[in-house]
Ligand binder design. Structure first.
Ligand code: HEC
Length: 191
């Protein structure tokens, strides 16, 4: 009797541990899909706008469309979805919090070890003073087409430089090279 109680308790503990592990997997997958869809939608819009109107016109994809899409996803899902940078152009939106800074540093190390951006992500359950959250970050790499606005200013078009200077007086998000870590899509989901 006692033994079966113990076994029962053990089994229960085991199965709840298993179910929380699979909950974690499900949340990770949902977050990864969401981040992926956002990056794809943004990338396509960027390419289209670059072709149609060049980099000056495309500035609005990164400055208006990106926060619009993340805002929409946040409202639809009830999660906080944003973008953060290793260095930021818009300190109002793009600054990583301490947890995000820690994960970006970890991504930087992984880049240094030769890992590609494609599947580079990190998830964790985090206890914060106001509750428990599932937090997820998906790394964003710098592609050649990003350099028009995030590369070496010496290689950027004058009108793009002027526009960026006017709108973002505290801009740190330049001087990147293709293959650098640019930042991450970051998702915070209340549990
Ligand atoms: C046509 C110019 C332009 C191009 C090309 C561009 N960006 Fe941006 N990017 C911007 C602007 C402007 C902002 C500031 C957005 C804002 O106001 O929130 C920005 C902000 C960001 C941010 C948010 C963090 C921050 O610095 O504020 C990330 C991440 C980012 N860009 C990644 C990329 C990536 C990756 C690419 C290439 C796939 C890219 N950008 C291409 C203009 C551009």
């Amino acid at each position: 009797m006692k033994l079966s109680c113990v076994t029962g308790a053990l089994l229960f503990m085991l199965s709840s541990a298993q179910s929380s592990a699979s909950d974690m997997d499900t949340m990770k997958q949902e977050a990864a899909d969401t981040a992926q869809a956002f990056v794809k939608q943004l990338g396509e819009a960027m390419q289209k706008e670059m072709k149609a109107g060049g980099p000056v016109a495309a500035v609005k994809v990164c400055s208006e469309l990106a926060p619009q899409i993340t805002g929409q996803i946040s409202r639809d899902k009830g999660w906080k979805v944003t973008r953060v940078g290793t260095r930021v152009r818009n300190p109002m939106l793009g600054l990583p919090d301490p947890w995000e800074q820690k994960v970006l540093a970890q991504f930087q190390e992984r880049v240094g070890k030769g890992e590609t951006f494609e599947k580079m992500a990190f998830a964790e359950i985090v206890d914060e003073p106001n509750g428990k959250y599932f937090r997820f970050m998906k790394a964003i790499g710098v592609q050649p087409q990003c350099l028009e606005c995030h590369g070496d200013p010496a290689g950027m078009k004058e009108e793009v430089k002027a526009l960026l200077q006017e709108r973002y007086p505290h801009d740190q998000a330049k001087g990147y090279k293709a293959g650098d870590l640019r930042g991450a899509v970051t998702i915070k989901r209340p549990l």
